[in-house]
Write a protein that binds this ligand. Structure first.
Ligand code: ADP
Length: 343
């Protein structure tokens, strides 16, 4: 397998707080980003996601461990070479960080100017980039004349100006409405697919994960607790923190207030079955219930897609003679169906 484009090895970052105790923002993280993929780093606020991004583009130096980007150990580079290395890493932000005094074209041209690209070449590249993000007609507008989605598209064009092989997106869609989020995410997907740019997205939003990520890394308390293919992590999280996070963004189980109403209306036991894309799942579920003499009523849930594969959950009210529901539960589990009782 090719060398990863980013490799964190045993990376920790501690902040000494004045007068207070130290905070370990990133705690012994080892993580690879593969060339050509979209990796989402997900987790609750304060988990250490932004710090990981700042370590990847060397805006911060780790307290311990090494950060390698495109084969270069950033922790050993002198400042001058570090600046050159940073030009190979594009960055987009939640608040866009555009220059208000420059036009759209001026913003996109800026990194090319810094890199010393001659004017004619710069102009051609800016036109090409603005065409790619669909803003060629707005080249002479100023950022305040643009919508949030357009501003982020300018941010993306600017980040790509010097042709970086790696793009870091820190909560890039968190300030946008759902429709604009979709539009920006599909542009990022094109950046990945058509331009071959590897992307790391930091997000706490399920939409971002659902629409563009190939793999996810789940963070909690400064640690990466789980890494894997998006579908695998969301359909079968292996660790308790990942399960907690996945559940909170998928909303796949009835929330406490919903559960209370369900209990009021449905006196039977409430069983939630996880729906994956395994074949014959419905058949196995039906057989377990009917074999045990249990009657069911669907009371909650839904099924949709993640990475073009089926994923969801269905909550049934199960009623039957003494011991029948327990027998059905045992039969479901014996048939390999993931089921939990709502308690
Ligand atoms: P996330 O992006 O997941 O919300 P962060 O990486 O921003 O998490 O923060 C992780 C932890 O490190 C938090 O407890 C935060 O308060 C702390 N932290 C981040 N940056 C600094 C800093 N510059 N100085 C002190 N503490 C920081």
């Amino acid at each position: 397998m090719a060398e990863p484009i980013v490799r964190l090895t045993g990376v920790s970052k501690r902040y000494e707080r004045r007068g207070g105790k130290a905070v370990t923002a990133v705690d012994d993280v080892s993580l690879d980003v593969h060339e050509g993929e979209v990796l989402a780093v997900i987790g609750y606020s304060g988990a250490g996601k932004s710090t990981v991004v700042r370590l990847m583009n060397a805006l911060e130096a780790p307290t311990s461990g090494t950060v390698t980007v495109a084969g270069q150990d950033l922790t050993r580079l002198p400042e001058k070479e570090l600046r050159r290395a940073r030009q190979k890493i594009g960055m987009i932000f939640q608040q866009f960080n555009l220059f208000r005094s420059r036009t759209v074209a001026g913003n996109v041209a800026y990194p090319l100017k810094v890199a010393g690209v001659p004017k004619a070449q710069r102009d051609a590249r800016v036109a090409e980039l603005l065409d790619f993000v669909g803003l060629l007609e707005r080249a002479h507008a100023h950022p305040e004349q643009l919508s949030g989605g357009q501003k982020q598209r300018v941010g993306i064009a600017r980040a790509l100006a010097t042709n970086p092989p790696l793009l870091l997106a820190d909560e890039a869609t968190s300030a946008l409405d759902p429709e604009t989020t979709t539009e920006v995410l599909s542009l990022l997907r094109r950046v990945n697919r058509e331009l071959g740019v590897t992307i790391v997205v930091i997000t706490h939003e399920m939409d971002a994960v659902r629409q563009i990520a190939d793999r996810v890394a789940v963070m909690e308390d400064g640690r990466v607790v789980e890494v894997g293919d998006v579908y695998d992590v969301f359909s079968a999280p292996r660790t308790a923190p990942a399960r907690r996070f996945v559940r909170s963004v998928l909303h796949d189980r009835p929330e406490p207030d919903v559960l209370e109403r369900l209990r009021h209306r449905h006196p039977g036991r409430l069983l939630t079955v996880q729906v994956t894309d395994e074949p014959d799942l419905q058949k196995r579920v039906d057989r377990a219930f009917s074999g045990a003499g249990v009657r069911t009523e669907l009371v909650h849930g839904g099924v949709s897609e993640l990475r073009e594969r089926r994923l969801g959950s269905l909550t049934y009210e199960a009623t039957g003679p003494e011991g029948a529901v327990d027998a059905a539960l045992a039969a479901l589990r014996a048939a390999g169906v993931a089921v939990e009782e709502e308690v």
